[in-house]
Structures are given as structure tokens and as C-alpha cells.
Design a protein around this ligand. Structure first.
Ligand SMILES: Nc1nc2c(ncn2[C@@H]2O[C@H](COP(=O)(O)OP(=O)(O)OP(=O)(O)O)[C@@H](O)[C@H]2O)c(=O)[nH]1
Ligand SMILES: [Mg+2]
Length: 464
């Protein structure tokens, strides 16, 4: 897409999921959108002039043959009052795979080109309707796994992050200007004078708000992306049974045979509105075959990538070496110990377990009877939201790219603060502030390098 960043011409794509449904929408955007519509649309009532933001009832007909394809509602949004700021026409047709493809082909034959993934949003960005943080919010909105995630993405789309960054940017520009003045007129006593006072000004005006935005990342993302929870433990302790219980369905295969699960089985559940990706893994044991070994390695990676590990042990068995080996792997990760099979006579030495667990909370459950499962779900939610990751008060949820930019900007501003304190030469301080400004501008996409845009927009789905 990089070569073609100008994104010219009139583009079209299916904007709803393909397949059978009540309606499907094909979106056309660009200078010829209205022309194309005129060529392929026969209105019930003659249309003298397309009025913007109006719906028109009629049929799509193939101009080559005159054959009617479907009865549709056509909506017209004239530039600049549209998603892309260009002329946009949306065809609301019936939805069936072949039918939508037929209509799209009629549109393409009439002069539009198939849009690439994210190209409509790219145009909204290139035409200045939204900045990059808002474009990315569109993607978050589509992908959000919870209502709270939708709320956060939607706030970001409305400019939550953009506005906050805008305020910080303004302060930064002002400080930079004062620094430049001090450089240009060294003897006049104008502008920023290095020292503790100037350092505090930069810290309060720029660093503190940036750090606050950065903290919002951890608080907010969990609601958009969901949290990863790895269910790990020795073979046969009931990991898959616990996944099924939490999911409320028989998602994973359960058998009395040790070594049943080999691949990672993933299932997203909502715990009181919090989206949680449960990942059931292969059970650990020392003697194993090649396939099982791969599964065990996958389980190790799974722990690494997860936000929380559920270390499952069998309450009707003695604790084994293998149990403890897995607990070792959970070190450094938020972990809950799940003592399963409490419906059976207890054989596990609980004081020994407690000793191994240290600070880790132990939750007794029976995946068979369901006892303790509600408490487990509550424990998962509480642990994931511990440490201020509750999203309450988080006005937005910066994504990984934005967070990298924020990290960079923060460390550059911190450098400026230190240099001001050390009364370093003003040229160096100006350079720090200038670099921080560039980092901020990159987050907002002004100007963004082509390859960055390329990557961001290619992650979108088609028709958005
Ligand atoms: N009595 C009792 N049996 C259970 C409980 N949970 C699981 N089981 C049984 O234990 C056996 C193993 O259960 P799984 O859920 O397949 O265990 P797993 O840890 O996923 O096993 P692998 O995938 O082989 O590592 C099955 O026969 C289950 O029915 C429980 O709470 N109580
Ligand atoms: Mg299993």
C-alpha cells in the first residue's frame, strides 16, 4: 500500500460480513461514487438530484445487460460530510454470498476499484477527518471483546487520546519555543533558564500527563483485548474439565487418560463483563512422546504470554515433583492455585501445598460437581483487575503502538528534565524536547512514515 498511499480513485468493498443475512452493505467512496451509482441504480422515482444523507429505493441493474440484480436502498453522503470526507454511496441490499459478489462486480465494472483492507479508514485519516489514534480506535471498536472495551474504543474514536495528547503537545511546543528564544538571545534573560524550576515545569506540564496516559494503557487494554489466562498443571488433574466448567460448554475433550490435551484450546468467556481468554494446555509429565513434548513446550509459552496462570493440582492425590516443576514456571506471573477434585477424598497434604504456594491464593473446586467454580471465576477477575487495572477512570485504551510512542516520548522528556536539572547546554535540551515532540506527533500520525501506515491499515478488515 505504501507506494499508493495517496489512495486515489473510487474504491468499493463489501462492508458487512459475507454470507446470508437480512441485509448486506456495499460501500463506494471517491470522486466517481455518485456517477457509478447513477449508472447502476434505477430509482422508483426519477432522481433529479441526489440529496445528501437521503435514502433512495430502487434496483441495482447491470448496465451491460439491463438485468435487475436486487432491490436495494441506496444511501448517499456527499463530501465532505461522510466517513471518508469523499462522496460515499452505500448500497443496502439483501445479503447472500453470490448476490453480494454480483452487486460488487457490477460496481467494479462501472468504474470502481476493490478497496484494500482499511482503505476507507485510511482515507478518513488522509483527508484529515480523524488522526491515527482515532483510526486505530475504529479497529479496536470492531474487535472489542467487551462492552467496556467498546466504550473505551468509542471514546478514543471521538478523540479522547487525541485531545489529551494535543494538550501535552501544546505545552511542549511552548517550552520548546522558550528554549529556542533562550538560545537565540543568550544575554537578554529571555526564555527558559536551565535549573530546578524549569525542570519542574517540564515535569508537571509534560511528563506527568504523559505518564498518566501511559498508565491508562494497562488499565484500559484488558477491556478491549481481553486477558489471557493459562490453565496449567500435571496430566489428568482436570484442567480441561475446569475450562469446560468456566466456559459453560464442553469445549475441550476430557478423558480419564493422562495426556488427553495436546494443543492449546482457547475459549473466550466473560466474567462479569470482563473478557477472559481461557487457554487449556497439555498436562505436564516427565515420561512422554514427541507430540506431547511439543504440547508441553506450547504450554510453557502459553504461561509466558498469559496475564494470569491457573496452576491446577489434584486434591485427591499427593503433590508430585511434576506439580512443583510447573509451579516453578509460573514464577513471576500472577498465579492462582486451583485445588481440583474436592468431591473425592482428600489425599493432598494441604499444609505442604500452602507452604509451596506462599503468597499464591489457593482455591478449592470440583470441576465435576461445580463446587467452588463461582469462587474461582471471581478470583480470576479480582486478580486480573488488581493493581489498578480496573479500567474505571480510564478514558481510553492506547494500543501497543501508541504505548511504544508514549514510552519513547516519556524517556525523552525525562532526559530533558534531567538535563535541565544538570544545567546542560540549552541546545541539548532543545534537541530532547524536539525529539519528544516528534515521538508525540508520530503517535497521532502527523506525519507518519508510509510503512507505519501500511502496517496499521492492513490490519483492518475489508470494507472498513
Ligand atoms: N471426581 C472428579 N473427577 C474429575 C474432576 N475434574 C476432572 N475429573 C476427571 O479427571 C479426569 C481428567 O480430566 P481432564 O479434564 O481431562 O484433565 P486434564 O488435566 O485436562 O488432563 P490432560 O489433558 O490429560 O492433561 C477425567 O476423567 C475427569 O472426568 C473433579 O473435580 N472431580
Ligand atoms: Mg486436558
Amino acid at each position: 500500500m505504501t507506494d499508493d498511499l495517496a489512495s486515489t480513485g473510487t474504491i468499493a468493498a463489501l462492508s458487512t460480513p459475507p454470507g446470508q443475512a437480512g441485509i448486506g452493505i456495499i460501500r463506494i467512496s471517491g470522486p466517481s461514487a455518485l456517477d457509478i451509482a447513477r449508472r447502476i441504480f434505477r430509482s422508483r422515482h426519477p432522481v433529479r438530484e441526489w440529496q445528501s444523507h437521503h435514502l433512495h429505493l430502487g434496483v441495482i441493474a447491470d448496465p451491460a445487460t439491463g438485468a435487475a440484480v436486487d432491490e436495494v436502498l441506496l444511501s448517499v453522503m456527499k463530501a465532505p460530510r461522510s466517513y471518508t470526507r469523499e462522496d460515499v454511496v452505500e448500497i443496502n441490499s439483501h445479503s447472500g454470498h453470490a448476490l453480494l459478489e454480483r452487486i460488487l462486480n457490477v460496481v467494479l465494472d462501472a468504474g470502481a476499484r476493490q478497496a484494500r483492507p482499511g482503505e476507507f479508514t485510511l482515507r478518513a485519516f488522509l483527508n484529515g477527518r480523524i488522526d491515527l489514534t482515532q483510526a486505530e480506535a475504529v479497529m479496536d471498536l470492531i474487535r472489542a471483546r467487551s462492552e467496556r472495551g467498546i466504550e473505551l474504543a468509542s471514546r478514543q474514536l471521538q478523540g479522547g487520546l487525541k485531545d489529551r495528547l494535543g494538550v501535552v503537545r501544546e505545552t511542549l511546543v511552548e517550552l520548546l519555543a522558550h528554549t529556542e528564544v533562550a538560545i537565540d538571545y543568550p544575554d537578554e534573560g529571555y526564555g527558559l533558564a536551565p535549573g530546578e524550576e524549569a525542570a519542574s515545569r517540564v515535569k508537571a506540564g509534560v511528563l506527568a500527563p504523559l505518564e498518566e496516559i501511559r498508565a491508562a494503557h494497562a488499565r484500559g487494554r484488558i477491556w478491549v483485548d481481553g486477558a489471557g489466562v493459562a490453565i496449567v498443571g500435571r496430566v489428568n488433574v482436570g484442567k480441561s474439565s475446569i475450562l469446560n466448567r468456566l466456559a459453560g460448554s464442553d469445549r475441550a475433550i476430557v478423558t480419564p487418560e493422562p495426556g488427553t490435551t495436546r494443543d492449546i484450546i482457547e475459549q473466550t468467556v466473560q466474567i462479569d463483563g470482563l473478557p477472559v481468554r481461557l487457554m487449556d494446555t497439555a498436562g505436564y509429565r516427565t515420561v512422554r512422546g514427541a507430540v506431547e513434548e511439543i504440547g508441553i513446550r506450547l504450554a510453557e509459552q502459553c504461561i509466558e504470554n498469559a496475564d494470569l496462570a491457573l496452576w491446577v493440582v489434584d486434591g485427591s492425590h499427593e503433590l508430585e515433583e511434576d506439580d512443583l516443576r510447573i509451579l516453578q514456571q509460573c514464577r513471576g506471573k500472577p498465579t492462582l492455585a486451583v485445588m481440583n477434585k474436592i468431591d473425592l477424598p482428600a489425599r493432598l497434604n494441604e499444609p505442604a501445598l500452602m507452604e509451596e504456594c506462599g503468597d499464591i491464593q489457593v482455591l478449592p473446586v470440583s470441576a465435576l460437581s461445580g463446587e467452588g467454580i463461582e469462587g474461582l471465576a471471581g478470583g480470576i477477575r479480582k486478580t486480573l483487575l488488581a493493581g489498578g487495572r480496573d479500567g474505571d477512570g480510564a478514558a481510553f485504551a492506547p494500543n501497543a503502538r501508541q504505548k511504544r510512542g508514549l514510552n519513547e516520548a516519556c524517556s525523552l522528556v525525562l532526559q530533558a528534565v534531567d538535563n535541565l536539572r544538570d544545567e546542560a547546554p540549552l541546545e541539548i535540551i532543545a534537541l530532547d524536547l524536539q525529539s519528544a515532540l516528534s515521538a508525540l506527533d508520530e503517535i497521532r500520525g502527523t506525519p507518519a512514515p508510509g510503512d507505519v501506515l501500511d502496517r496499521i491499515f492492513s490490519e483492518f478488515c475489508l470494507g472498513k
